[in-house]
Design a protein around this ligand. Structure first.
Ligand SMILES: [Zn+2]
Length: 458
């Protein structure tokens, strides 16, 4: 409710937000992006809407976008065909509508700054991922969770016994959601700002007068704390140069490790946690010893490791399922303990051709569709190189719990949004500005703790 007030909407909107989550959980349908104000059946079709924005962003690369561009894109034969196929009656728009649309699309463009750009390739990925996520939620997660209706009555699933890959009996699942949010001294804006996909340095926001909160919320007990309430999962991080630095993958791993301790303390032994995260690149990072064909030399090399002063690369998996060390044994007559190099690794997999093979195609720009043109491409496509979980997932599954990532562009599914919203509402409600960062931090924590559980559950 408070989240919705913050966005300038009333009780109706609050119900809509809740409805999205219920619809999502109960019917596998993800909410369409709703554009408030003018209703347009064209924009309500999410795929078409994305398509239009895709074309717009392509035009934006060439310069400014005008309302006329939107009109032209909608009138293009390609979009017209799709609109007709979708059964949309009114298939053309006026310039005035186009201007409204541009306003509504703005949030999407602002997201590009966070590295969530739209291009054809990513879009396909996004759609596929979203389908997979919904399927996992419906078939694997939701049947094992307790749910609450609008007035707070609890519904338990009739059984927790479900077929699992190893045939084991599966136990009850509790959802724990994670998110990061930044509070500013002057204005409070929601951000996801340290994305490692961005090549440039992370930008400290404003004058550094900000505090980032990384926190966990459960569907069961609200904030994640120990049973006696003395320990909490929350991390208060003062990001920026000369402060705590930047909240990176190792920070989140440390926090998750603690979060699992607290969860197990609360839940006891017969419950499994489902830890859900934002799809940010900093969350997707693999463990430093993960297999990677990048930078690998073709020939044996002494002391070779993938990352500077890093760990040895973990062993690979041979086509017959056996383990393959990437390093020669320490008693090897010629190369004791050396890194094997791509040629040897491929030979042991029976993939190295007799006539030889280049280390890589020029600039690793292989002809599209080719998978055996060079050593690096061959290794790149090996299943044990492609299917590697993130460090987060490895940590969580190694401790017996589940890890998943929200689909991109659907942060509204994360019920922690309501918690941020409510906390920020309280924070903003203070008449005076905090006079220093210490005071600010204390106030933020006070506001976060103020949010009641019932508000988050609904
Ligand atoms: Zn190649």
């Amino acid at each position: 409710m408070i989240v919705s007030k913050l966005q300038g909407h009333g009780a109706y909107h609050a119900r809509v937000i809740r409805q999205w989550i219920h619809t999502f959980i109960s019917s596998a349908r993800l909410p369409l992006h709703h554009y408030h104000g003018t209703k347009s059946s064209i924009l309500e079709d999410e795929d078409i809407s994305l398509e239009i924005q895709l074309k717009l962003s392509a035009r934006a690369k060439e310069g400014f976008i005008k309302a006329q561009d939107v009109v032209e894109i909608v009138a293009s034969p390609e979009i017209q065909t799709r609109l007709a196929a979708a059964g949309i009656q009114k298939r053309n728009i006026k310039e005035r509508t186009a201007r409204d649309w541009l306003q509504k699309f703005k949030w999407r463009y602002s997201k590009r700054k966070n590295g969530m750009y739209i291009d054809g390739h990513e879009r396909e990925d996004v759609v596929e991922y979203r389908k997979g996520f919904v399927k996992r939620f419906l078939t694997q997660y939701n049947p094992r969770m307790h749910t609450w209706d609008k007035v707070g009555n609890e519904t338990r699933p009739s059984t927790y016994v479900l077929p699992t890959p190893n045939g084991a009996r599966s136990c009850r699942l509790i959802l724990i959601t994670h998110d990061e949010s930044t509070f500013y001294l002057n204005d409070q804006r929601k951000t996801h700002w340290i994305h490692e996909s961005q090549k440039n340095e992370p930008q400290p926001k404003g004058d550094g007068a900000s505090v980032m909160i990384s926190d966990f919320l459960t569907s069961e007990w609200g904030l994640l704390k120990s049973r006696d309430g003395t320990r909490e999962a929350r991390v208060v991080f003062k990001a920026g140069k000369n402060r705590d630095g930047y909240f990176d993958n190792s920070d989140i791993l440390r926090q998750v490790d603690l979060a699992i301790d607290l969860f197990e303390d609360q839940a006891g032994p017969y419950v499994q946690g489902l830890f859900l995260f934002d799809n940010a690149p900093s969350h997707q990072k693999r463990h430093p010893d993960a297999r990677s064909a990048r930078h690998m030399p073709k020939n044996p090399k002494l002391n070779w490791v993938h990352h500077k002063e890093g760990l040895r690369m973990r062993p690979g998996v041979l086509p017959n399922g056996g383990i393959q060390s990437f390093y020669f044994p320490d008693d090897h007559p010629e190369y004791p303990g050396w890194f094997k190099g791509m040629q040897q690794i491929l030979k042991e997999r029976g993939l190295y051709p007799e006539k030889g093979l280049n280390a890589q195609c020029e600039g690793f720009k292989c002809e599209s569709g080719k998978s055996d043109c060079c050593c690096r491409r061959l290794l790149f496509n090996q299943p044990d190189f492609t299917n590697q979980p993130s460090a987060l997932e490895e940590l969580i599954t190694s401790r017996g719990h589940l890890c998943d990532f929200y689909p991109k562009y659907h942060c509204e599914l994360n019920f922690i949004e309501m918690y941020w919203g409510a906390a920020k509402f309280h924070y903003r409600n203070h008449v005076t500005r905090p006079s220093n960062l210490q005071e600010m931090e204390a106030r933020i924590v006070e506001c976060l703790d103020y949010v009641p559980l019932a508000q988050m559950r609904r």
